[in-house]
Design a protein around this ligand. Structure first.
Ligand code: HEC
Ligand code: HEC
Ligand code: HEC
Ligand code: HEC
Ligand code: HEC
Ligand code: HEC
Ligand code: HEC
Length: 317
């Protein structure tokens, strides 16, 4: 080996060990190999090495989120960052002065029901819940972890909700769903019933439709009376298409209607001339929902007059 190469190797070893040597930051809740269904994730860091003067979250798209180290936080610091659909690698970096003294890599998976490659997480990713008694204890010194919502009574000032401080980003989208916008979270995240060890305090019914229909009861009545019902609707998987909290698309759809439909009916991309097997023009003549009802219809293939759709407004409660 020539001397320059040896020197280069030595330098690499030295710099790696310099980064690894300082065990300075604890991350919780544990997020490595965790499955997420919302794009906004919060991370809380405890500084064990008080020499660290600057903390940074860096995503694989090279977006950097600084973590504010304030006295108030007493070396427990949080920040929120955004995921992209599918696998994400985020790095937590701690600096002593300008020197990178700590780095930890975490792999996360953001499930997006309509993105190819982001629908189903690989087997090494796991569901992990935060709201267990044990985890909450770590926060309750500074955060009120109790539920302070009254059934059906909207918060006039969102900040008054005990959930707001940590979850404020959940409605940071163009369209927000009324119950989430009013911080009535526990209508859908019930704390009732017995819990398995490690299970979240805030669970959701599976499938979720029964909860949706507790307010959208008119829709249920209308759809139940239809001759044909779309399978994902009939099996109660409303959140395959709708985000229950907020989204950048109208009706809180995860994607535009066309992308949603094509996420499961990929073959509809091609023109009928190419396929020759169906009279469906696919996306060639406008959005799928101009011709197809996404939920139910008396006409085969859910073809109806969209103007007659009117599933009815949700009961406001
Ligand atoms: C020593 C006190 C302290 C402890 C312990 C603490 N926090 Fe905080 N946390 C704060 C303070 C103070 C703020 C407010 C900063 C603000 O409002 O901008 C905050 C803000 C946050 C935020 C909002 C960050 C953002 O993006 O705006 C989240 C999320 C959070 N904490 C989560 C947690 C979690 C989870 C735990 C327990 C694992 C925890 N905190 C424990 C003091 C603490
Ligand atoms: C101290 C901060 C904090 C407070 C207060 C808080 N949460 Fe959370 N919550 C978290 C963190 C952290 C997660 C993990 C998900 C993440 O990384 O964003 C989480 C996850 C959840 C989940 C997903 C299931 C789970 O347990 O992981 C639900 C549902 C939820 N919170 C609802 C609520 C509701 C409802 C309230 C108010 C009654 C609330 N949270 C108050 C920090 C908080
Ligand atoms: C209309 C019903 C509904 C309301 C209201 C609602 N949620 Fe959810 N939430 C769900 C469902 C369903 C899921 C499971 C994810 C899915 O199926 O897409 C979920 C998942 C979550 C998660 C976990 C996301 C993840 O990354 O896995 C958090 C955190 C959360 N909700 C917080 C809240 C908070 C805070 C509020 C109040 C502002 C709230 N939710 C109000 C239905 C609701
Ligand atoms: C606590 C009552 C409540 C629950 C539970 C609820 N919703 Fe809603 N939802 C409303 C209200 C109120 C509106 C706004 C009034 C309206 O347009 O219907 C609304 C609006 C909507 C809209 C937009 C309708 C429009 O015409 O603009 C969609 C889509 C929707 N909800 C889907 C869902 C899904 C999916 C679920 C279950 C995950 C659900 N909702 C659960 C109360 C609720
Ligand atoms: C296959 C995707 C898909 C599924 C699954 C789905 N929806 Fe929808 N939903 C849509 C689309 C797309 C729209 C918007 C239709 C439009 O723009 O014409 C919509 C609109 C709505 C509306 C507004 C009024 C209306 O009827 O058009 C409500 C309420 C609603 N959905 C509730 C639900 C509930 C509750 C479920 C579960 C039982 C559900 N949706 C399942 C795609 C879906
Ligand atoms: C979550 C996956 C999923 C999404 C999203 C989805 N579909 Fe479907 N769709 C299905 C399944 C499953 C069936 C029933 C099996 C079949 O016939 O292919 C079905 C059936 C259909 C049928 C009837 C097919 C037949 O031969 O009877 C039509 C039409 C249809 N979907 C249109 C749409 C439209 C339009 C959208 C977008 C608003 C959409 N689908 C979104 C899964 C989905
Ligand atoms: C201009 C109206 C129109 C538009 C826009 C449209 N469709 Fe169709 N679709 C039809 C008609 C008409 C049929 C019945 C075809 C037949 O009888 O062979 C059909 C049939 C279907 C079927 C079931 C039969 C088959 O060919 O598999 C599916 C699934 C379907 N469409 C999905 C979609 C999707 C996804 C989109 C959007 C990308 C879409 N359609 C856009 C009119 C439309």
């Amino acid at each position: 080996m020539n001397r320059i190469l040896i020197k280069a190797l030595w330098l690499i070893t030295l710099s790696v060990s310099a980064i690894m040597a300082v065990e300075g930051v604890e991350i919780f809740p544990v997020m490595d190999k965790k499955i997420y269904r919302e794009g906004h994730v919060s991370i809380t860091l405890r500084l064990e090495d008080r020499n660290i003067s600057r903390l940074m979250i860096v995503t694989d798209k090279n977006e950097a989120y600084p973590v504010v180290l304030s006295k108030e936080c007493d070396n427990v610091c949080s920040t929120t960052f955004k995921l992209h659909p599918g696998e994400n690698t985020i790095r937590v970096r701690g600096y002593v002065g300008e020197r990178l003294a700590y780095e930890e890599k975490n792999d996360l998976f953001f499930v997006s029901p309509s993105h190819k490659g982001a629908k189903i997480p690989p087997a090494h990713f796991q569901e992990q819940f935060f709201h267990t008694d044990e985890n909450e204890k770590m926060c309750s010194k500074c955060h009120d972890m109790s539920i302070n919502e009254e059934k059906g009574v909207a918060f006039i000032d969102a900040e008054d909700s005990n959930c707001y401080g940590c979850h404020k980003h959940i409605i940071d989208e163009k369209y927000a769903h009324a119950p989430a916008l009013n911080w009535l979270c526990t209508g859908c995240h019930s704390t009732q019933g017995t819990r398995l060890a490690g299970e979240s305090k805030f669970r959701t019914a599976k499938p979720i439709a029964s909860i949706c229909f507790s307010c959208h009861d008119k829709s249920k009545q209308i759809w139940d009376a239809k001759k044909y019902r779309h399978l994902p609707v009939d099996s109660g998987q409303c959140t395959r298409c709708h985000n229950p909290h907020a989204a950048s698309n109208a009706m809180f759809n995860h994607e535009s209607a066309v992308s949603l439909c094509l996420g499961c009916h990929g073959d509809k991309k091609f023109s009928s001339a190419i396929r020759g097997d169906s009279k469906c023009p696919g996306e060639e003549r406008g959005s799928c929902v101009q011709c197809h009802n996404p939920h139910a219809s008396d006409a085969k293939f859910f073809l109806d007059d969209p103007h007659k759709r009117g599933a009815g407004k949700a009961a406001v409660r």
